[in-house]
Ligand binder design. Structure first.
Ligand code: MG
Length: 368
């Protein structure tokens, strides 16, 4: 089996409402998604999606994914799509870095592997115990009252885990947000306070030192060194997200004891191959994880949930579904959907989801 053709579509994904994070400094008001079909010489098609969460969240850019695919796609034509490590080695030699562009190609080849094996991806990625995967809400930065109102609305939909986006220079406002949200949680509910890099170390140390909560704090500052300063001077558990872009970043965070948990995101890491490697490193470190993706349609969600499902439940914190934030979702098959605060991966061979071609229009590029 060989890769005979690669088709690339650009898709603007309007959001249900503009989303503010990092204390308000990052605004996401639309997503630029790239859907990739890998076609084999014996008639199998695998699908993948690359969709940054806007262009200010990570060093990943929607148009940049398609530009990089112009270099990557010709290099992988003719390869066996089931040889995932070889595919990734060729991509890394062809274009170092650029994980967001490699991710949709890698995921599409996992889809082909699963279809060829007649097995769902969660089985090939390690095996699923059958338990539903808890999903978490994503609460944009706002006043304490606004954020609590959103948590209450998500509670009514069944969500029991919340990710509250805080940050910014006003320490008193951040302390007020944390204390008010903690007090408003229902019994059994959990919250993570996600700063999205928007504190200096001194702000993080001041705010985390002033509150009683034992909740997770996520990506308090820019980069591993700044987060290490916070780790040394605070007591709450710390998750890292944006700082973990390579396997080396995970090793450095572990070696310097910077965090106790991690976010695993295929599009941030370069696809399911790298995300599975990072997941297995985190298991060895004893870090619980949120396994999810950067955003996009339910196709990206479905790939990530296959990996979440195959992560041992004691290490599985919760997963976010980006589809909750987009106004329409052109995905067919059996993509993951939220249901009373949980979701389950499809059991069909491969990814189990694909786009409605009638809604994609003409490809932006075809490589063959
Ligand atoms: Mg985060």
């Amino acid at each position: 089996m060989r890769i005979a053709r690669i088709r690339v579509w650009q898709l603007d994904l309007p959001m249900t409402e503009p989303y503010r994070m990092a204390g308000g400094r990052v605004l996401v008001d639309g997503l630029d998604s790239t859907l990739v079909a890998v076609d084999t010489d014996d008639g199998v098609t695998g699908w993948g999606e690359g969709c940054p969460w806007g262009h200010a969240y990570l060093p990943a850019h929607g148009a940049g994914i398609r530009a990089a695919l112009g270099t990557l796609a010709p290099a992988v034509l003719g390869l066996n799509p089931m040889e995932l490590d070889r595919l990734n080695a060729v991509m890394d030699l062809t274009l170092p870095g650029h994980p967001a562009a490699k991710s949709p190609l890698d995921i599409a080849c996992w889809d082909i592997l699963g279809q060829g094996a007649g097995q769902p991806l969660h089985r090939l990625l390690g095996g699923w115990d059958g338990a539903a995967i808890p999903i978490n809400s994503s609460i944009p930065t706002g006043t304490p009252a606004e954020m609590i109102a959103r948590i209450e609305a998500k509670r009514a939909q069944g969500y029991r885990v919340h990710s509250a986006k805080i940050g910014g220079v006003d320490n008193a406002l951040n302390i007020a947000r944390i204390e008010a949200i903690e007090a408003a949680l229902a019994p059994g509910e959990l919250v993570t306070f996600d700063i999205n890099r928007a504190w200096t170390p001194s702000q993080a140390i001041a705010v985390m030192g002033a509150v009683q909560t034992r909740a997770w704090f996520e990506q308090p500052c820019e980069g591993l060194d700044q987060c290490a300063q916070v780790r040394a001077r605070t007591t709450q558990p710390i998750l890292l997200d944006e700082s973990l872009q390579t396997l080396g970043d995970h090793l450095e965070a572990w070696r310097h004891r910077i965090c106790e948990g991690a976010k695993i995101k295929p599009n941030r890491l370069g696809g399911l191959t790298r995300a599975r490697q990072a997941r297995d490193l985190c298991l060895a470190f004893g870090w619980p994880m949120h396994v999810e993706d950067l955003g996009g349609t339910s196709l990206a969600d479905t790939a990530a949930i296959h990996l979440a499902a195959s992560t041992p439940p004691d290490f599985r914190l919760a997963s976010w579904l980006g589809q909750a934030h987009i106004a329409s979702d052109p995905i067919l098959g059996a993509p993951v959907r939220p249901s009373d605060g949980v979701t389950t991966p499809p059991d069909a061979p491969g990814l189990g989801a694909w786009p409605d071609l009638d809604r994609l229009g003409q490809p932006a590029a075809v490589y063959s």
